[in-house]
Design a protein around this ligand. Sequence first.
Ligand code: IMP
Ligand code: MG
Length: 182
Amino acid sequence: MHPDIAEIIITEDEIKIRVAQLAKQLSEDYKDKNLFLLVLLRGGVLFLADLSRQLTINAEIDFMAVTRYTGEVPSNEVKIIKDLDKPIEDKDVLIVEDIIDNGNTLDFVVKQLKHRNPKSLKICTLLDKPSQRMVNINSDYNGFVIEDRFVVGYGLDYKQRYRNLPYIGILKQEIQGLVTGG
Ligand code: IMP
Ligand code: MG
């Protein structure tokens, strides 16, 4: 275990099993569709890499990056910092994201994408922290529901570190100062 981690809450094996289940489900649900995996950078990348390799159907992959506005006043407003390369009109878009927490990020992305007329638009998250939700939005596919604790690993970072851990864990208290999402 990484020395900064206090506790592993989801092991590498548990992630593997769950990701395979999700991929199986998606392969059935999107069998006769034009699956377009829209990955949110950077947190969704590890999840995408494992999930997409287990799909038994064709899928396009493209990336988008969004960020919270960082101003003097802390804000939940979001903006696009890297957009998709191609239109999504008539595609069956599945947003792949690491976690849905208060929901503002995905709510913003969904609203933006709806204007572009995808054929369908759904959300697939690895983790869901439902207790933190501020807006009415939910994942259509989700790996694990977790408690309201700050987690790192498998795409999730603290100050851009720990994304590469193969499990989901909690940081030691001395490592983690005042934490906000992002
Ligand atoms: P929200 O749903 O708008 O609150 O934000 C989701 C984003 O916040 C995710 O894409 C993560 O980047 C970040 N985030 C939320 N909870 C955590 C966590 O526990 N660890 C690391 N990042 C988190
Ligand atoms: Mg993120």
